[in-house]
Design a protein. Structure first.
Length: 281
C-alpha cells in the first residue's frame, strides 16, 4: 500500500485533534479524543483504498465486456487490430481512455503486442495484465486468434462469476464474524470490570491464596488504567486481524479487509472507551 499526498490531510487533522485533546481538554477524556483523532487520520486512507478497490472491480467488469465485443468482431472476420480501432470510441467506463489510447497507438502503426503491453501498464490490474499477455502472445505466435480470445473472455467471465459466488456465500459468515467479535468484546469488558476487580479483592486478603494453593495474590496496586489499556490493545489487535481475515475470505484480498479492520477497531475503541468512562473507577 502506497501513501499519497492527500493522505497527509487526515494526518494533519489527527495531530490537531490530539494536540487539542492533550492541552485543552480534561485528561479523563483524552483517550476518547485520541481515538477520534486516529480515526480522522485513517479515514482519508480508508476512503482512498475503498475507491481504488471499487475502480479495480469496475476495470475487470469493463474488460470482460471489451473482450466479449472483441471476440464477436474477430469471429465476424475483422482483424483484431481493426476491431480494436473500431471499438476504441465505445464507452467502457474507467477503461475508455485506455482503450482509446490503445486504438490510437495501433492506428499510428505501433505493433499490437507493444500496444497491449502499454495498455496493461496503464490499466494497472493483475487480472487484465494476464489476459492481455495471453492475447499478445497468441497474436505473435499466429494461432487461431478468435478461439484464443474466446477462451480469454471465458476465463475472465469465470473468474468474475467465482468472485461473486464466493462473496455471496461468505456474506453470512461476514455477519457471523462481526457478531462473534461483539461477543468477544462483551466477554473482555466483563473480565475487565467484574472478574479482575473480584480477583484483586480476593488476592488482597492477607495473602490467603499463597498458602497451599500455589497461586500468588493479584497486586491490589495494579492501576485500573493499565488494565483498561491492556484490554483495549487486545481487542484492537483482535479487530485488526479479524477484519483482514474477513476481507480475505469474502473478496480474496487482504487489501479489501482493511475496511473491515477499520470498522471493527473503531467499534472496539468506542465501546471500550465509553465503558471505561461510565464503569471505570
Amino acid at each position: 500500500m502506497k501513501f499519497k499526498d492527500r493522505d497527509l490531510i487526515g494526518l494533519v487533522i489527527a495531530l490537531g485533534i490530539l494536540s487539542a485533546g492533550r492541552f485543552l481538554l480534561p485528561e479523563r477524556i483524552f483517550p476518547l479524543i485520541a481515538g477520534l483523532g486516529i480515526v480522522f487520520g485513517a479515514l482519508p486512507i480508508l476512503i482512498r483504498l475503498m475507491r481504488e478497490n471499487k475502480i479495480a472491480q469496475e476495470k475487470e467488469s469493463m474488460f470482460l465486456e471489451f473482450a466479449r465485443n472483441l471476440v464477436e468482431s474477430v469471429k465476424a472476420g475483422t482483424p483484431i487490430s481493426k476491431s480494436i480501432i473500431i471499438m476504441a470510441d465505445k464507452n467502457y467506463g474507467v477503461l475508455s481512455q485506455h482503450i482509446k489510447k490503445l486504438g490510437n497507438q495501433i492506428s499510428l502503426g505501433i505493433p499490437l503486442n507493444t500496444a497491449l503491453q502499454i495498455f496493461s501498464k496503464d490499466a494497472d490490474n493483475r487480472s487484465i495484465s494476464r489476459s492481455l499477455t495471453l492475447i499478445g502472445q497468441a497474436e505473435k505466435a499466429g494461432g487461431e486468434i478468435g478461439e484464443i480470445l474466446e477462451a480469454v473472455a471465458d476465463a475472465v467471465s469465470m473468474t468474475d462469476r467465482l468472485k461473486k459466488e464466493r462473496k455471496s456465500v461468505i456474506s453470512s459468515l461476514v455477519s457471523q464474524g462481526y457478531i462473534i467479535f461483539l461477543v468477544f468484546i462483551i466477554i473482555i469488558l466483563v473480565l475487565q470490570f467484574q472478574i479482575i476487580p473480584m480477583v484483586s479483592g480476593i488476592g488482597s486478603i492477607g495473602g490467603t491464596l499463597e498458602i497451599g494453593t500455589g497461586l500468588s495474590p493479584v497486586d491490589p496496586a495494579t492501576s485500573q488504567n493499565e488494565i483498561a489499556s491492556a484490554f483495549l490493545y487486545l481487542i484492537l489487535v483482535q479487530g485488526f486481524f479479524t477484519g483482514i481475515t474477513i476481507g480475505k475470505l469474502s473478496e480474496g484480498s487482504f487489501k479489501a479487509g482493511i475496511k473491515h479492520s477499520f470498522s471493527l477497531m473503531f467499534l472496539s475503541f468506542i465501546i471500550s472507551t465509553l465503558a471505561n468512562l461510565f464503569f471505570g473507577a
